[in-house]
Design a protein around this ligand. Sequence first.
Ligand code: XIL
Length: 322
Amino acid sequence: CALQPALYQLSDFPIGCAVDLNKLDYNPTYAQLLGQQFNQLSPENIMKPEHIHPQPNYYHWSEVDSLLSYCQKEHKSLHGHTLIWHQQLPPWMEEFEGTTAEWEAMFKDHIQSICRHFKGKVRAWDVVNEAFNEDGTLRNSIWKQHLGAAYIEKAFRYAHEADPDALLFYNDFNLAINPKKRAAVLSLLKNLKQRGLALDGIGLQMHISIAFPENRVIESAFQDFSKAGFLVHISELDISVNPYGGDFQAGAEIWERQAQKLAAVISLYKQIENSQRYGITFWGLSDADSWIPSAFNRKDYPLLFDGNYQAKAAYCKMKESL
Ligand code: XIL
């Protein structure tokens, strides 16, 4: 199918993509397609603690600043990902020794230095990423260990203080498929919002597959969060075609199933109130850019474009569904 009009031109909500700055700078095919199809970008790695805050008193701004000037020039919004997480931490943070007060000061400095640097320039922040376990309890991250469960609330307060105009999100995975985890996250979010915290939305990562979750389960996840008054961001969408690993034979039938699954996600997303649709972000541009094969050690082809940056059935079907 034709590449134009582009995805974002057909959509009344932003269409995002996780971006790798190196490819944007050095791979013209990647840069052309990304710029053409998407109007919102999430840095895939360069805003994470290990990249942006590699030493206690040093913040590495230059890469994100350069991505930001690209965004400004090309009229794309930037989605800030992510301030507080248990992964991709710099070693010094994991090894930090200090009293509770010193931990709190370090945590606050991390959040507020970053939010202040980008004040008014990013559309939103994933303030806290993946704080819950699958059984609905809080993950025992370094933040929970040293600051207690209240670290989540504190993170949102500090972020809002430093960049009052940015939208603030809680982001996590498996919220569509796992009802226990979803209920726990929803109850915390509702509670914080009731207490007046600036907490605007939920990021549903949605690393899903052609088989799971079922559409009605996806629908209930969208409805649960939107009815509770939160913006809904599908923040890291990819649709695995080989979720259990092993041998894999690609074929037209598989691409069609992937396309059908994406069409279902889009149409369910469109049932959410227009003002609560923050956007849909794909976690990578082409199958050659996906994190899935290396992270899970399997063959997989979960994105809109194939390894040669050619549109797949999912791309074409998405355009019919927008
Ligand atoms: C992944 C990136 O895509 C990889 O390049 C990196 O090696 C590890 O992190 N949940 C998140 C994302 O919130 O930041 C992760 O991104 C994927 C899972």
